[in-house]
Design a protein around this ligand. Sequence first.
Ligand code: C5P
Length: 232
Amino acid sequence: MGRDVIIACDFASAEKTFEFLDKFEGKKPFVKIGMELFYAEGPAIVREIKKRGHKIFLDLKLHDIPNTVKKAMSVLSHLDVDMTNLHAAGTVAMMEAAIEGLTRPDGTRPLLIAVTQLTSTSEERMKSDLLINEPIDKVVMHYAGCAKRAGLDGIVCSPLEAGKVHGACGDDFITVTPGVRFADGDVGDQVRVMTPAEAKRIGSDYIVVGRPITAAADPVAAYERCCAEFIG
Ligand code: C5P
């Protein structure tokens, strides 16, 4: 498994996405397609980006009854993405069903990672709205353990938590970490941030970077800087 930079293509249309990707010319960065772009353009956008030679993380965060998730994952497996995800809150049974659905007849499948608690959920809200009366980091680590038990490949977490997750679940359990910012860059609405170099030191396997690249004056240079700090 290689460490890599994943660009969050948070665009509202195929046109804007291709306008952005065309800037990379010969380079083929690993890209994340989220709900906005997928719901706007459908599976065609996945096929088109794949055809252009990019690796794809399809970030749709599935969460439903096990049978429904299994069947949805089976559909996604035909899209030939490299990584996809679900909510660990759907239970171990749902995650096991997801693996079953995602696995192709030849035994291969995309990487499957779990979202634990969304970073937008505060401990206070988790207690009042979800009635979970445990410290949030304990909940995140518990969900990580459930994901591992279900046979998933890793979790989405803050780069600050990546070391702890590896300590508890093993070095080969993948940590995919958003919330990355350059030391001299804008933090925006992210609260707990880390530079690509720090994320590398702590042991993130993949960093998901959106605006520091997509909103940069020179996105290709920003991507290359990210790769140099995180991989190089
Ligand atoms: O622009 P920025 O670098 O903040 O983008 C981060 C990406 O990672 C966005 O697509 C955002 O939805 C996603 N993400 C996140 N925090 C999470 C899970 C996903 O920022 N906990």
